[in-house]
Design a protein around this ligand. Structure first.
Ligand SMILES: NC(=O)c1ccc[n+]([C@@H]2O[C@H](COP(=O)([O-])OP(=O)(O)OC[C@H]3O[C@@H](n4cnc5c(N)ncnc54)[C@H](O)[C@@H]3O)[C@@H](O)[C@H]2O)c1
Ligand SMILES: O=C(O)[C@H](O)COP(=O)(O)O
Length: 312
């Protein structure tokens, strides 16, 4: 049976389930050096997890969808299996995107930003658009991208997806490969980033991307901050190449106090909360426990295995 390092947050009844199955659970804050050498499985990931013996480690269950913060090369070198929780954030994030889009497109953001001076906006109306009939280009057609696309399609937007493989996906009128990134940018009234952060997607949205975005789109980032060259985005907002932005993730986090983005009335900032999942601990544990049982019976994972070479 397995020695499991609890680097996330097991509920008492979840701990009991594991112990009843014969496993030993060690809390991260109680990990001593000798026990660190004996850990077979890590649940979650924090500083304590970096102390375990990777030669012995078999399986890591991350609590997040994105696994960019994990030592992927080290895990691959030691043939450690890694699972994420991709899928559980899709509905919450899609609802966030709808909220952000309407807040910007219907003049709510300028009114909030103007606070007590808002009445002036009745005369000099802020830019207002109808989303219906517009084109949304969503980068990433996975769980999150596809769920967003399905909701936007229902609102009457034309949905274009961009993915690594270009295969059709639910909610998309059309899917292109990332080779066509700049062509897709040129068709967008709305750009949404739902890509994982990998070496290929760092600074994916750079000066050239914003130059190609010829329809002054809204820009929404719910993926990862470092996929965006923040200086290039700031300049694109100043130049009006991007008409407005909703940024749940930025680089770095938290956004520095002196960032020019704070002062921009057409920028909506939230603190990496779009993916807040109801009953998160139960959903993560279900994925973990199914994976653990399958690992013991067959040496493989049941679901959510990350390709350590691709990084998602
Ligand atoms: N803001 C938040 O709180 C929050 C919450 C959950 C997830 N996320 C982020 O969202 C990301 C996506 O999550 P998901 O569950 O939809 O992942 P997923 O694995 O289901 O989908 C990933 C998609 O990205 C595409 N892709 C990967 N590399 C690409 C490239 N170089 N060019 C074009 N397309 C590429 C894939 O083809 C796939 O369509 C996560 O990796 C995470 O970083 C953020
Ligand atoms: O990728 C994710 O699942 C979300 O960004 C939440 O992950 P975090 O809690 O590691 O930021």
């Amino acid at each position: 049976m397995m020695k499991i390092l609890n680097s996330f947050s097991l509920k008492p009844e979840q701990r009991q389930t594991l112990e009843a199955a014969g496993h030993t659970v060690i809390d991260a804050d109680k990990l001593d050096d000798a026990t660190a050498q004996q850990i077979d499985v890590v649940y979650g990931w924090n500083a304590a997890a970096t102390r375990v013996n990777f030669d012995r480690l078999q399986f890591v269950q991350a609590m997040s969808a994105g696994v960019d913060y994990l030592p992927l090369a080290e895990l691959a070198k030691h043939h450690v299996l890694l699972a994420n929780t991709s899928g559980i954030h899709a509905e919450p994030i899609a609802e966030y995107v709808l909220g952000a889009l309407f807040t910007i497109s219907r003049g709510i953001l300028p009114a909030i930003r103007a606070d007590r001076d808002m009445w002036t906006l009745r005369q000099e109306r802020p830019p207002m658009t109808l989303l219906k009939g517009k084109t949304a280009v969503i980068f990433g057609t996975g769980h999150i991208g596809s769920t967003i696309a399905t909701k936007l399609q229902a609102l009457g937007l034309h949905t274009i997806g961009v993915s690594a493989h270009g295969r059709p996906a639910a909610g998309f009128d059309q899917v292109m490969t990332d080779v066509a990134t700049h062509e897709a940018a040129g068709r967008a009234d709305v750009v949404i980033n739902a890509l994982p952060l990998t070496p290929d997607t760092k600074h994916f949205y750079d000066e050239a991307f914003f130059a190609a975005a010829s329809k002054q789109p809204l820009f929404i980032n719910i993926g990862r901050g470092p996929s965006v060259d923040m200086a290039a985005l700031t300049q694109a907002l100043k130049n009006k190449q991007i008409s407005a932005a909703a940024l749940d993730v930025v680089d770095p986090e938290p956004l520095p106090q002196d960032s020019p983005l704070w002062g921009m009335t057409n920028v909506l900032l939230t603190p990496h909360i779009s993916g807040t999942v109801p009953q998160l601990r139960d959903k993560v544990f279900k994925i973990f426990n199914d994976n653990l049982k399958t690992l013991i019976s067959s040496g493989q994972l049941a679901s959510h295995q990350v390709d350590l070479t691709r990084g998602y």
